[in-house]
Design a protein around this ligand. Structure first.
Ligand SMILES: [Zn+2]
Length: 150
């Protein structure tokens, strides 16, 4: 289980190695993604609170990256954070996500990206529920819910 100290250590000293990497030019991403997905994943945009696909959805399944299809979060770790965006307590795997300090908008935050394609997902905060204490606050446009198999 990851904790805030792990997040800070990744952001400061280096992220876990991804299982593989997906690299494409902005022109290719623009062709493959919807305009909304492109703005969030490749231009670090933030979608409006509550008016997004997965904010209030609690169906079982797995959330994969809308850019490259990599598994990011299990629906089992999704919880109601009253933030207006889908929120999770842990990534699906320790190396699914990478962390970067973000000083934009006069705030000190930790940005989270897909570790495989470097797509912007959202931010992680240290005010999540016990025991891990993490809140991954994620844009719906960067995710795709895949139904459980079997
Ligand atoms: Zn990705």
């Amino acid at each position: 289980m990851l904790r805030w100290l792990d997040v800070l250590t990744f952001a400061r000293y280096g992220n876990p190695e991804p299982p593989h990497r997906v690299e494409k030019t902005a022109a290719v991403w623009a062709q493959e993604l919807s305009p909304e997905q492109f703005r969030v994943l490749r231009e670090q945009a933030t979608e409006p609170p509550y008016r997004n696909a997965y904010c209030r959805l609690y169906e079982p399944g797995e959330y994969v990256c809308a850019g490259c299809g990599s598994l990011l979060f299990s629906a089992a770790t999704k919880y109601h954070a009253i933030s207006g965006w889908p929120s999770f307590t842990q990534p699906a795997h320790k190396n699914a996500i990478c962390y970067h300090f973000d000083h934009s908008h006069h705030m000190q935050r930790v940005e989270v990206r897909c570790n495989v394609c470097q797509g912007h997902l959202g931010h992680v905060f240290p005010d999540g529920p016990a025991p891990g204490g993490l809140r991954y606050c994620i844009n719906s446009a960067s995710l795709q819910l895949v139904a459980p198999t079997g």
